[in-house]
Design a protein around this ligand. Sequence first.
Ligand code: ADP
Ligand code: MG
Length: 362
Amino acid sequence: MKRYFRAPGRINIIGEHTDYNDGYVLPAAIDRYVTLSIERTGRERIELSSAGREAITFGEGEIEPAGNWGDYVKGIFHVLKSVKKVEFGGLSIEIESTVPEGAGLSSSAALEVATITALNEVFGLSLTDEERYRLSQRAENEFVGVQCGIMDQFASVMGRQDSAIFLDTVSMEYEYLPLELGAYSLVVFDSKVHHELLSGGYNSRREEARKALEILGKKSYRDVSMVDLFSARPKMEDLYYRRAMHVVSENMRVLEVVKTLANSNYENLGRFLVQSHESLAYDYEVSCEEIDFIVDTLRNLNGVSGARMIGGGFGGSVLALCEKSEREKIVEVVRERYFKEFNIAMDAYEVRPSRGAGEIGE
Ligand code: ADP
Ligand code: MG
């Protein structure tokens, strides 16, 4: 019998590049999903297929990374085998997705979480929510080789309808915050560009942020105040100062936005999005020309409360908070100007905060 599971992609309202820096984040799962069907077969192998890609098969005794899309799925098999000693037998897994890849909405985490959620149910593994997101992260870190933080997998597992999740990535304490936007919409503008070679840019920012912390003489960014940062400035190279400035200021912005959401003050939220973007662009240097163009265009349009890049950066998407009544006009103008400037047809769509991964039809 075939069973169907799905796991959402995510947006992050604010708190970018903070999850691996002992910071705060504010993600929401969205109504875009990786959908996976799974069926036991009498064959000995695990067979993977995904619309429009090369099919992949592997035996349970030969789970090695191959440098292709199958690694995100295999990585889950790998971690489950090492912590739960499961015998999977023959399986056929088919994947479909409405989460665009490399667009900053974390298709990779959605794929991992869809896989672990399916295997958890089909093999009765009784994994907790926390095990599902932690093991998914571990698969991406250890098997795929991308040093992502915990936010993406966390959001894909824990998402809730019309809510964002305020997460402390140190204690892993979290709180759902209502994100019922009323007269506003969240709109994603996908630039369709990816300038990052493999995971180079992301991993090097991680390393620079770590080095900045070392220069500051602290164990955790949680112990770095703005005052610490100002007083360390004379002995810090400008690059490390700016990397640390982004982390410290972005964490402060997350806390401010949490207050703002409690009052449903969406005009204020937009201002923080813009500040976050400037910090990511100038201090953390993870934006690019195309993304800056989209943000600048949005900032000058009526009905836009604010906008910023989301995800790892070097391309991907912009998240904007727009007045609903103006949304269509805004999308049209940004699309047109973007095409004129870069000759690239962008994608733009509204997203809604949605619930986390689970079986379909339950
Ligand atoms: P993102 O920001 O979307 O997570 P990543 O580079 O981390 O970008 O992950 C994208 C990778 O995840 C793709 O290159 C592919 O290997 C894999 N992936 C994502 N969605 C799918 C899918 N529907 N089918 C197969 N592989 C996918
Ligand atoms: Mg990813």
